[in-house]
Design a protein around this ligand. Structure first.
Ligand SMILES: [Zn+2]
Length: 332
């Protein structure tokens, strides 16, 4: 058919077939076979943006960022709309993975995002990392494996810096920067009103040099526990009372709209650790829901080896009658 002099062709039946079959194969994790079919679809309809978009998507699933960027650029070149296209978002993810900052910047702008908060976009060099400060969000680490939802700070549309201390089982660390997908799976609401998306991690973008420790503390009052968290934060690191900040959620609750327990307004605990099934009509245990304070707490600490004992000793020294620690162990 002909619209405003522009020839728009429907993709052929064989293009449809190859594409549909490819997505079934992707669902089964058969990326090699899907790749062959999507490459064939590109050969059948090279002028169709969707052909390249699908191929770029496959390369994203495979974390093949060079190829994802190349195919993604072909897709956006053939787009017939100006902004809001997911094609640009995926180009942004691939460019971020490759630290191709000029392209990442161009992708977010082309998508229609305001990059006003981005210093480099207006004043700094174009090849400086994108820095947009998009506020807080949650990210699901290892969504395909033993998933854990943690909180962090959005550096740009595709990266979150992890500010919770992930549990030892995750093998992950506080301070890591994670590359994540664009479509949220879940939401965390707060009493104050704002709600926060839960994004799925794609891969680790930058590791953290700071190890994780587990320690048993005796904190006579909640304020004693808070003091430890504050002390660690003031030192530029983190402590987190896992006894109150971790709750177990089944997959479907984790991916839905769930209230977040807000500690002191700044913390957006708990983070969610996956569990296999939904536990009956009463639902999931809420973290820290007991009204009685239990002095013995299991805490995670993210701090360098040379600092962690001094930090704990300093915490006890400030109030020896109400504080104690033992069984410090490096876990990740
Ligand atoms: Zn559930």
């Amino acid at each position: 058919m002909r619209i405003f002099g522009k020839v728009r062709r429907r993709p052929s039946a064989s293009w449809r077939q190859a594409t549909d079959r490819a997505f079934t194969l992707i669902g089964d994790g058969r990326y090699e076979d899907a790749g062959a079919l999507l490459t064939r679809a590109v050969d059948l309809e090279p002028w169709l943006s969707e052909s390249w978009f699908n191929l770029a998507l496959l390369h994203k699933f495979r974390h093949d960022w060079e190829q994802a960027r190349a195919a993604g650029l072909r897709a956006v070149a053939l787009l017939d709309r100006d902004s809001g296209a997911p094609d640009w978002w995926n180009v942004g993810i691939a460019a971020t993975a490759l630290q191709d900052w000029p392209l990442a910047r161009r992708a977010w702008q082309a998508y229609g995002l305001k990059t006003r908060g981005d210093q480099a976009a207006t004043s700094g060099p174009d090849n400086a990392p994108v820095d947009m400060d998009l506020g807080s969000a949650a990210v699901r680490l290892s969504p395909e494996g033993e998933a854990e939802v943690v909180w962090g700070r959005r550096l740009d549309p595709a990266r979150i810096e992890v500010l919770s201390i992930p549990l030892p089982s995750s093998g992950r660390r506080w301070g890591e920067v994670v590359l994540h997908d664009g479509v949220p799976h879940g939401e965390r609401t707060t009493a104050a009103g704002p709600s926060y998306p839960v994004f799925d991690e794609i891969e680790l973008w930058a590791p953290s040099p700071v190890p994780t420790w587990v320690v048993l503390i005796e904190a006579a009052r909640e304020a004693d526990r808070d003091a430890l968290e504050r002390l660690a934060a003031d030192a530029g690191f983190a402590a987190e009372d896992w006894s109150s900040s971790v709750r177990l959620l089944c997959r479907s609750c984790s991916e839905s709209r769930m209230p977040s327990d807000e500690g002191d307004g700044e913390h957006l605990d708990p983070h969610d650790h996956s569990e296999p099934g939904h536990p009956g009509p009463l639902g999931h245990r809420t973290a820290g829901s007991g009204s009685l304070w239990v002095p013995e707490r299991e805490c995670g600490i993210a701090a360098p080896a040379g600092l962690v004992r001094g930090l704990l000793d300093g915490w006890v020294a400030d109030s020896p009658d109400t504080r104690e620690w033992r069984d410090l162990e490096e876990v990740c």
